[in-house]
Design a protein around this ligand. Structure first.
Ligand code: HEC
Length: 122
């Protein structure tokens, strides 16, 4: 007689476990999507950058606010940025902005090239 309720119990707790498992997996998936969409986990992989092209991208999009010498413009001089910031940090700043600097001024190949250029500024 004892068998019946205990089997029922097992069945119920088994279902509950499966459900909890599915819920947990769903929750994890949602969190991963949220993290990925704010760039919290990893940055998009960029194509290989060309520093020479990047210098032209810099002149066109960045030079009005940044010098690469001692001069101070709207933004800080990037004279030594190549030894101050990692490539990842540069990508993060360019994509997400920093303070009053907007993110997303350049994308894709232009972005990769301008980062390659910044890396030469030691
Ligand atoms: C409208 C002006 C403006 C433009 C255009 C601009 N920036 Fe900036 N940038 C700023 C300002 C202002 C800061 C400082 C933000 C802060 O620290 O609050 C900054 C900060 C930075 C920094 C961080 C420097 C450091 O030492 O912390 C990098 C790197 C940078 N910009 C790269 C770029 C690149 C590359 C471009 C072109 C794609 C660009 N910026 C275009 C205004 C600009």
């Amino acid at each position: 007689m004892d068998d019946i309720p205990s089997t029922l119990d097992d069945t119920i707790s088994g279902h509950t476990k499966v459900r909890a498992g599915i819920l947990l997996a769903g929750l994890l998936l949602c969190m991963m999507v949220i993290f990925a969409s704010c760039g919290g986990l990893s940055l998009a992989k960029l194509p290989p950058g060309n520093a020479q092209r990047g210098a032209r991208v810099f002149t066109e999009y960045c030079a009005k606010c940044h010098s690469i010498g001692p001069e101070q413009k709207i933004g800080p001089s990037l004279q030594h940025v190549g030894s101050q910031l990692t490539q990842q940090k540069m990508q993060l700043i360019i994509e997400q902005g920093l303070g009053t600097m907007d993110g997303g001024i350049v994308h894709g190949q232009d972005e990769a090239d301008v980062i390659a250029f910044l890396e030469t500024l030691k």
